[in-house]
Ligand binder design. Structure first.
Ligand SMILES: [Zn+2]
Length: 488
């Protein structure tokens, strides 16, 4: 007698193989069997006409604090996500002091305190969220803890202190280290500093994930730097949100993909992730620095920079800097200065890619899917926070036929689990964790827009995390069965 049998579904197993019809049985939070199955169970779900796949793994998130503050994680689970990788772009959840300072820019709710990455994982275990959490060590957060925001190289003692932070994270079970080389203070780090820290991961299976120095006209040298760091430190590389940003850089992804292919041909483990939109989202402070728009690879046209979240100034949200400037009767530069002075944590949506490049990257074998959503739930966040996975499956695979649905699903399940060292997830096979999504392959689609982003994707029928029913008929249950995942 099984705990659960999901009967007669179209099974996408996460490996990229063609789907097969059959049953999936679950026992004790694990997949027990899959076959044309005739056993009995305490609970049976008739999945005729529906598809089942492994739960989606969001490899690029900033949910470090959301999993503590909003343990239902509905903005992710309702779209089929069962695992999030946190700690991206150099921003990690430890050490607590700089981490909590960053957290406050995303969400003002008070956080409990924790000690190191071990303490962060214990916090999650004491009060589990509805999703599993794999954690990256934030290089920027480590640097901030040791040397503040100083624009210089670390001393020997400072380097040793940063290494201690990275070593603690690795020991706690983090899956890698991330860098954010456009942000303070990560942008002050030279290649050698990153190599020396990444070197601690050599032989551990942990990876180096990077928001590169320049995603615009400097894209190719940035990809080369990422590959160099991986090669010198002997670690796998994950290029975050692969894109060509700004009109002058459009088309460069063909060459950046070639750099990835060349590194792979030499035996290096190099891949990337991507969100399926032509607009990005970040802090206004990262694109408007020292009183001017721009910076490496950043859009400079104030028409293309739209306020996503400005706490206490909801009337600004959804308006471009150009529109605000017109309303304020000042220049765009003055408007941005004023917005940042009043609300330094303001986040923006930035329209800077072209569709053709998004497709070129998505089709490529090196690309997995990650939302990069910023959980500013009180504002108007980028719709990717909710809709990324449903959009790739429904829009790009089914409707646009960019690739087969099984390939789309592989890029958000089996491929991702393998890259991030989550050995017991990402594939539907006996003995693996029962992270499962039941969806209607004819109906699944994202529903949010930039104007109205906070919309639940359509067509997601049920989500199971470690065997627990987390979403039913488009609604969250009270299950909080997520785990802190450690590198395997
Ligand atoms: Zn980033």
């Amino acid at each position: 007698m099984h705990d659960l049998i999901i009967r007669d579904a179209e099974i996408f197993d996460g490996t990229g193989a063609r789907p097969v019809r059959g049953d999936v049985a679950v026992d004790d939070g694990k997949i027990a069997a899959l076959a044309t199955f005739t056993g009995s169970a305490r609970e049976t779900v008739d999945a005729k006409g529906l598809a089942i796949s492994p739960g989606f793994i969001d490899v690029h998130t900033h949910d470090d604090f959301a999993v503590v503050l909003h343990p239902d994680m509905a903005f992710k689970t309702l779209g089929g996500v069962t695992t999030v990788v946190v700690g991206n772009c150099g921003f990690g959840p430890a050490p607590w002091k700089p981490a909590s300072r960053f957290a406050a820019t995303v969400d003002p709710r008070p956080l409990p305190q924790w000690e190191g990455y071990r303490g962060y994982m214990q916090t999650l275990e004491q009060n589990p969220p509805a999703v599993n959490v794999a954690t990256l060590i934030g290089h920027g957060t480590a640097r901030h803890a040791v040397m503040g925001l100083e624009a210089r190289e670390p001393s020997g003692a400072e380097m040793a202190a940063m290494k201690e932070i990275v070593a603690e994270g690795l020991e706690a079970g983090c899956v890698g280290m991330s860098s954010g080389l456009i942000y303070d203070p990560g942008r002050h780090a030279r290649t050698d500093e990153l190599v020396e820290l990444a070197n601690l991961m050599r032989g551990t299976g942990a990876l180096y994930a990077t928001h590169m120095r320049d995603e615009g006209v400097g894209l190719l040298s940035s990809v080369a730097e990422a590959i160099e760091i991986g090669e010198r430190a002997g670690v796998p590389v994950q290029i975050s949100h692969h894109k060509a940003s700004g009109e002058r850089a459009w088309g460069l992804v063909t060459q950046s993909l070639k750099l990835i292919e060349d590194a792979q041909a030499k035996g290096q483990n190099v891949h990337a992730d991507q969100y399926p939109y032509t607009a990005g989202s970040t802090s206004l402070g990262a694109v408007f620095r020292d009183g001017a728009f721009g910076g490496p690879g950043r859009e400079t046209d104030p028409k293309n920079i739209v306020i996503a979240a400005a706490r206490g100034r909801s009337e600004w949200e959804g308006r471009s800097i150009a529109q605000l400037a017109a309303a304020m009767g000042c220049s765009a530069t003055e408007a941005a200065t004023q917005v940042l002075q009043e609300i330094p944590s303001t986040t923006i949506i930035i329209h800077m890619m072209r569709e053709e490049d998004v497709r070129t990257v998505m089709r490529h074998k090196s690309t997995m899917i990650g939302s990069d959503g910023i959980p500013t739930l009180d504002g108007k966040p980028h719709p990717r926070l909710y809709g990324t996975f449903a959009r790739v499956i429904g829009h790009y695979a089914r409707d646009e036929k960019l690739f087969a649905m099984e390939e789309a699903i592989h890029r958000m399940t089996g491929f991702s689990a393998k890259k991030f060292g989550l050995a017991d997830r990402g594939v539907i096979a006996p003995g693996l964790a029962a992270d499962l999504v039941l969806f209607d392959p004819k109906k699944i689609i994202d529903a949010g827009t930039f104007e109205d982003p906070k919309k639940t994707p359509l067509g997601v029928k049920a989500v199971y995390t470690n065997g627990a029913l987390t979403v039913q008929d488009g609604k969250s249950t009270t299950a909080r069965a997520g785990r802190a995942l450690r590198r395997s």
